[in-house]
Design a protein around this ligand. Structure first.
Ligand code: AMP
Length: 299
C-alpha cells in the first residue's frame, strides 16, 4: 500500500524573533515526504519551477522518495513568507505567491493510482479534489489545509472533507472552519462532515485525536529552544502516515502510535531552519525519542 503525498514544494522566507532566513526550501509536500521517508518510500505529487534546487530533488531521491510525480515547470517555484512572534504558535503570513502552482492540474503517474494511503497536503482545495479523484480506491485519505484556503475557499474545503478519512488541522484552523470557539465542539462538528478522525495540532501543546468513539492526546516534546516552527504540522502528518504505511494496519492502536511518531518527527524538524534537521537525523534518534515520549506519559 504505497503512500502518495500531494503538497507544495516551496521557497520560504522565515523570520523568528532571533533570526531570518531568505528563500530556503520548504513546502507542505517537502516536509511531509521527508518525515515519512524515515518509515517508508512515499511518492510525491507537486510542481516546482526551474529555479528549484536540483540538490533538493537529489536529496528526496537519496531518502527513497519517488519523485515521478514532481513536475518541473518553466517559471518560479511557489513562495511563502512568514513571521513568528515570541510565541512560536503565533504566525503571520506576509506573502504567498502561487507561481507555478497557479494552474497546476497534474495527471497522476499510473503507478500512483493504486495508492493505499493518500495525503492531500496543504494546497488549493480544488486542486486537492482534482488529484484525489484520480486515485482508484485508497484505504485511507488524509488532508491538511491552511488559513488562506479556509478564508478563500471554505465551501470547496467542506465538500472535500466529505471524501476524507483523517483531517489534520491546527486549533485555529479547526475553529475557523467550523465557526466554533470551543475546540472539542469544533472538532465534533467537523467529524459530522465526513472524516472518521480529526487530528488537532496544538503546536507546543501537542495534538488531540478526535474520532467518533475514540479520543487520544499526545504531548509535544518539551524542548527549550524552537529554532523554526515551520513544517511541524506537515512533519507530524509525515510521521503519522509514514508509520501507518510501514505497519500496513489501521487499528486504533496504530493510530495512537502513529500520533506519537508524528509528534516525534515534528519535534525534530523545529530544531533547525527549514529541512536542515532531516539531513542529519537517524532512525536511532527517532527510536530513542519515541521511547522518551513513552516514559514521559507513563505513570
Ligand atoms: P506548516 O508549518 O506545517 O503549517 O507548513 C508550512 C509550509 O506550508 C511552508 O513550508 C509553506 O511553504 C507551505 N505553505 C504555506 N502556505 C501555503 C499555501 N497557501 N498553500 C500551500 N502551501 C503553503
Amino acid at each position: 500500500m504505497k503512500l502518495v503525498i500531494v503538497g507544495s514544494f516551496a521557497f520560504d522566507t522565515i523570520e523568528t524573533p532571533f533570526a531570518r532566513r531568505e528563500r530556503i526550501v520548504g513546502g507542505s509536500g517537502t516536509y511531509c515526504s521527508l518525515a515519512a521517508s524515515f518509515f517508508t518510500t512515499p511518492g510525491i505529487v507537486g510542481v516546482v519551477g526551474s529555479d528549484f534546487p536540483e540538490e533538493t530533488v537529489n536529496f528526496f531521491k537519496e531518502r527513497g522518495i519517488d519523485t515521478t510525480g514532481l513536475e518541473i515547470k518553466e517559471g518560479k517555484t511557489f513562495f511563502w513568507e512568514a513571521r513568528y512572534g515570541n510565541d512560536p504558535n503565533e504566525r503571520t503570513t506576509i506573502r504567498t505567491e502561487l507561481n507555478v502552482f497557479k494552474d497546476f492540474k497534474p495527471v497522476l503517474p499510473p503507478e500512483y493510482r493504486k495508492a493505499g494511503i493518500v495525503f492531500l497536503g496543504n494546497i488549493d482545495p480544488d486542486q486537492q479534489d482534482g488529484i484525489l479523484n484520480q486515485f482508484e480506491a485508497p484505504h485511507l485519505v488524509a488532508m491538511d489545509t491552511i488559513n488562506l484556503w479556509i478564508r478563500e475557499k471554505p465551501r470547496s474545503l467542506l465538500e472535500l472533507l466529505e471524501k476524507v478519512d483523517v483531517f489534520f488541522a491546527n486549533d485555529e484552523e479547526i475553529k475557523m472552519l467550523s465557526q466554533e470557539t470551543n475546540l472539542v465542539k469544533a472538532g465534533k462538528k467537523l467529524l459530522q462532515r465526513g472524516p472518521s478522525l480529526i487530528v488537532i495540532k496544538k503546536g507546543e501543546h501537542g495534538a488531540l485525536l478526535l474520532g467518533k468513539d475514540f479520543t487520544f492526546g499526545v504531548i509535544a516534546h518539551p524542548c527549550d529552544e524552537v529554532v523554526d516552527p515551520t513544517g511541524a504540522g506537515d512533519s507530524f502528518a509525515g510521521g503519522f502516515l509514514g508509520y501507518l504505511d510501514k505497519v500496513k494496519s489501521l487499528t486504533t492502536r496504530d493510530f495512537r502510535r502513529a500520533a506519537v511518531y508524528g509528534s516525534v518527527m515534528a519535534s525534530f524538524v523545529i530544531e533547525d531552519f527549514g529541512i536542515e534537521r532531516f539531513k542529519t537525523l537517524t532512525t536511532q534518534e527517532i527510536k530513542e525519542r519515541f521511547i522518551y515520549f513513552k516514559k514521559l506519559v507513563s505513570f
